[in-house]
Design a protein around this ligand. Sequence first.
Ligand code: UDP
Length: 248
Amino acid sequence: MADKQIERGNMLYEGKAKQVYAAPNKDLVIIHYKDDATAFNGEKKGQIENKGIINNKLSASFFRLLESSGIPTHFVTRVTDRDQLCRNVKIIPLEVIVRNTVAGSLAKRTGQAEGTELPEPMVELTYKDDAQGDPLITKEQAVSKGAAEPEEIDHICSMAIQVNGILRPFLLKKKLKLIDFKLEFGRTSEGQIVLADEISPDTCRFWDAETNEKLDKDRFRRDMDGIPEAYIEVWKRVGDYSVASVAE
Ligand code: UDP
């Protein structure tokens, strides 16, 4: 696909893995995906070769799939290898974590072995606050912090479960198990709540369906080898999803 010509304005925000730039229309932004990787609340820092390119393309594929399945997202179109045009949203300060299998902080917190299948997918909320280490919070605490209204939180959690219901079987067909993932939501200028941020091996745990090999940022967190190769493998399996490519 030829790169589209959309002019990037001033940088509005820089995060750990992405930069956000103004776009020609104030209701849109350009999100630029970097190779920078961090873990453990920014304590571990590094770079993963070409991660920005792969995460931009993978996120675009997942957002297109979700949009075509009825989930509203911030995604508009991918403009270059590292840039995508998105709706300008105000991020709701919650990380919405969906889990199918025990891993990561859930294994530490509960003592359940990593890899234990959960009887039902579960949703957890953390409050986005680096100084506090993104603490786990209840829905009521999220309301009391002013993150969102109770009905909005119910809506967000129900969308997160729907996202899992779409991504999990899609990935299994590509021989990837979706262990868990983190979503963020935002509000558009019209007040609509849409899925935002990214969906990539930085924000999801993907295991090979046959061998349980880790194909995500856990390789970076745990100082394992083959980090760029794992991201490439996920991209090879998922590919450039578009409604047209599926209809053909
Ligand atoms: N996650 C994320 N950003 C965070 C915390 C978690 O994208 O700041 C993702 C993580 O990659 C995993 C899921 O959310 O897919 C659950 O992470 P967990 O709570 O187990 O925390 P971790 O073990 O990653 O610290």
